[in-house]
Ligand binder design. Structure first.
Ligand SMILES: [Zn+2]
Length: 401
C-alpha cells in the first residue's frame, strides 16, 4: 500500500514540508487549506467550482449531518461524496467541538473561526458523562446522544476519507485541573474510537486522533505524545490554543515539536485556524492541512480578503465608501468576481440589496485567494524560498499562483 503521506520537500529553516496525502478519493497536495462543507455544501457554490479554485479536499461535519438529514439517509443516498456530488477527498469533523460548544457556550474559543453558529447555540447540553454527551437537538428539540462510538458510526456511514476522533473540545476559560481531566477523558475516548475502528472501520477511511491539553505546555505536549503514539493514522490539533496569536503559535509549536519526534510521518491537521497570517505561520510550524470558516463566512458577510496586513487582510464591501468604486476587489486576481470585472460598487450595491450573487462572488474570491496563497507556500517550500515568501505575504504581497 502506498504511503498515506508522501513527504516531498522540507524547508531547511522551519518545520514546513510539502507532501502528497493519498486518500481513497484522491490526492491532497499539502500544505493545503480545506474549505468547509459543514452541512454537505460549501455555502453558495458548487463542488466543481471548489475544485476549479484549486482545492483537493473539503470538510463535512458529523454533528450537523447527524441531526439533519441523518447519516442513515446520506448512506442510503450512496454516501456523502455521491450525495453532495464531490468526488475528491472529504474529512469529517467528529462533532465533539459542536456538542461541547453548546455546553461551553460562546467561550469555546476566542480567536478560532470554529466558533459556534447561532444554530449551534440554540441547542442545549443535558449531560456530559464518561459514556458520552446527551443534548437537545437545535433542529427539532429532541433529545440526542453522542458517544465516541456514535461519532465513528456516523462518519463511517458518511463515508469520509478521513474520520476524526470524538474529543472533548476543552474551552479557554477553564482551569488547569479541568483541562487535565478533560484531556484524559479525550484519551480514553480515543481508545474507544480505535476499538470501534478495529472492529468496524472501513478500509477506505483513515482515522486521525485529536491532541488536546489547552495552553498548558506539559498537558499539550503530553496529549500530543499520547495521540501521536496511538494507532491513529494522523493527528489533528484541537481545543483551546490561546487567547491571542502569539500564544496560539507557541501552543501549535509545542504540538508539532512532539509530532516531529514521535510520529514525523503522520499527517497533521490544525482544526479551525485559517487567517492569512495564521496559515503562513502554521505552514512554518509543520502543519499539513487546515480548515476554517473564515474565508467563506467572511465572504457571506461582505468581507473580501485583500493583501492588507494592516487591516487583517480584509476589506468590508458593505461600507458606504465603496458606493462609487469602479475597481474590482483586486486588480491582479483571476477569480470569477475580479476577472469577471465586477466592481466594488456593484458588489456593495448587491450586498445592500441582499442579492445572493454577492455572497457567491465574494466567497469565490476569498476561496481563490486562500487557494493561491497555499499554492505559493507549497511552491516556496519546494524551491527552498519559504522565508522570503512568508516575509512577502506578511508585508502585503498578493498571491502569485
Ligand atoms: Zn478575486
Amino acid at each position: 500500500m502506498a504511503e498515506l503521506l508522501d513527504v516531498q520537500h522540507r524547508d531547511p529553516g522551519s518545520r514546513a514540508r510539502t507532501a502528497v496525502l493519498r486518500l481513497a478519493h484522491g490526492e491532497v497536495r499539502t500544505p493545503a487549506f480545506v474549505p468547509l462543507a459543514t452541512k454537505g455544501v460549501v455555502k453558495g457554490i458548487e463542488p466543481h467550482e471548489v475544485a476549479a479554485l484549486g482545492y483537493d479536499m473539503v470538510l463535512g461535519n458529523t454533528f450537523h449531518l447527524f441531526l439533519t438529514p441523518g447519516h442513515e439517509l446520506v448512506a442510503e443516498q450512496g454516501g456523502l461524496h455521491e450525495f453532495m456530488r464531490w468526488s475528491g477527498p472529504i474529512i469529517t469533523d467528529s462533532g465533539g467541538f459542536q456538542v461541547f460548544s453548546m455546553g461551553h457556550g460562546t467561550v469555546a474559543d476566542e480567536i478560532k473561526g470554529r466558533a459556534p453558529t447561532g444554530a449551534d447555540r440554540a441547542g442545549a447540553i443535558l449531560s456530559i458523562e464518561e459514556e458520552g454527551v446527551r443534548f437537545r437537538s437545535y433542529i427539532d428539540g429532541g433529545e440526542r446522544f453522542m458517544a465516541p462510538e456514535t461519532s465513528m458510526e456516523v462518519q463511517a456511514a458518511l463515508g469520509s476519507d478521513v474520520a476524526l476522533a470524538f474529543d472533548e473540545c476543552t474551552p479557554f476559560h477553564v482551569d488547569r485541573d479541568y483541562t487535565e481531566r478533560s484531556t484524559e477523558r479525550t484519551h480514553r475516548w480515543l481508545e474507544r474510537c480505535l476499538a470501534w475502528q478495529d472492529a468496524h472501520g472501513r478500509a477506505d477511511q483513515v482515522f486521525y486522533a485529536i491532541s488536546q491539553g489547552g495552553v498548558h505546555e506539559d498537558l499539550r505536549r503530553g496529549s500530543t505524545r499520547v495521540v501521536a503514539g496511538s494507532r491513529a493514522h494522523g493527528v489533528a490539533i484541537g481545543g483551546s490554543l490561546g487567547a491571542e496569536k502569539a500564544q496560539m503559535y507557541e501552543v501549535v509549536g509545542w504540538a508539532t515539536d512532539e509530532l516531529e519526534r514521535v510520529a514525523p510521518g503522520k499527517p497533521r491537521h490544525l482544526l479551525g485556524i485559517g487567517e492569512i497570517d495564521d496559515l503562513v505561520r502554521g505552514v512554518e510550524l509543520g502543519i499539513d492541512t487546515f480548515d476554517c470558516a473564515m474565508p467563506t463566512r467572511l465572504g457571506r458577510h461582505g468581507m473580501a480578503i485583500v493583501p492588507d496586513p494592516e487591516r487583517r487582510w480584509r476589506v468590508d464591501l458593505t461600507k458606504g465608501r465603496w458606493k462609487h468604486a469602479r475597481e474590482p476587489i483586486m486588480d491582479d486576481c483571476p477569480c470569477p468576481a475580479c476577472a469577471g470585472g465586477y466592481s466594488r460598487a456593484y458588489l456593495h450595491y448587491l450586498f445592500g440589496a441582499r442579492e445572493l450573487t454577492a455572497l457567491r462572488l465574494v466567497t469565490l474570491h476569498n476561496l481563490s485567494y486562500v487557494a493561491r496563497l497555499m499554492a505559493d507556500l507549497r511552491a516556496a517550500v519546494a524551491a527552498g524560498t519559504l522565508a522570503e515568501a512568508a516575509a512577502a505575504v506578511r508585508a502585503g504581497a498578493s498571491p502569485r499562483a
